[in-house]
Design a protein around this ligand. Sequence first.
Ligand code: MRU
Length: 332
Amino acid sequence: MKAEIGGEIKNIRAIWFENGKTVMIDQRKLPGELVICSFGDCASVAEAIRNMTTRGAPSIGAAAAYAMCMASLNGEDLDKAAETVRNARPTANDLFYAVDFMLSELRAGKDPVESADRYAQITVDKCRLIGKYGAGLIKNGMKIMTHCNAGALATVDVGTALAPMRQARDDGKDFFVYVSETRPRLQGMQLTAWELGQEGISHRIIPDGASAYYMSKGVDMIITGADRIASNGDFANKIGTFDKAIAAKYFGIPFYVAAPVSTFDFGTPSGDKIVIEERSETEVTEMNGRLIAPEGSHALNPAFDVTPASLVTGFITEKGILKPGEIQTVKE
Ligand code: MRU
């Protein structure tokens, strides 16, 4: 992804391995500061997933791969390390997929760094293909809406929902993006808008509650990412996705989900079986460490919701664009 560093535009990734350490952009500090931090052991990479230093399903997967790599380099018990990483966050399928990938590589005697680097590179290659397939849906003059951040930050590089937009821009298409702010962690406003700004893609941030209003004025397509897609096509994504899908159906707006096959969980039959992470109520009731809710009022804070497959027009994957009824064809 493009990032302005010291007045210069450079290409960097969200996460990589360097000098024996796992290195990542601290996504909690954007857009104010571009802070790069590094971790020398498995437990601290798992903690970086838990506290959302890195976030977004495919980036969580890459972080999990590097966490397992560090465990192997440090001579830790691999089963215990796998448990620590699996417990970091419950919803993103890529985390579990990456741990299984690394366990099978490490048990086969493969080099830990080479395997984790390959995992991260495969993720980026898949995102480029998602971009290629998805860009075909974007026409000149379109108004697109997205939610949360499913850009390069969330996927090591390129993005899932943002990959078709990057590719369409490279293809010379002119389009506009509504970015919903994504309360309570503001991934849309602070991360997606930052990425689109670095890429020079025309956009406006809107309050989450303004989505249906703008749809009523004319939105041509909605593209989001996903954290876990069940076998029947129901999918979990950032809280607020379900509302958008319902409104899109009302207005007849196509609703696409962009995700690599590593996000599909064929072992989970339907969305009601997906574990939804509940995060601290302080993410809702506090702002900059200060209580903004009435004292004594408590909040609920589900990190994700589940959208039924019936509201999805298509899944944009590295294997092409699939209708909900076609997803079994990509089972690995
Ligand atoms: O809680 P987060 O920020 O990890 O949630 C991220 C999302 O919900 C993204 O939209 C999803 O992971 C898709 S990322 C390509």
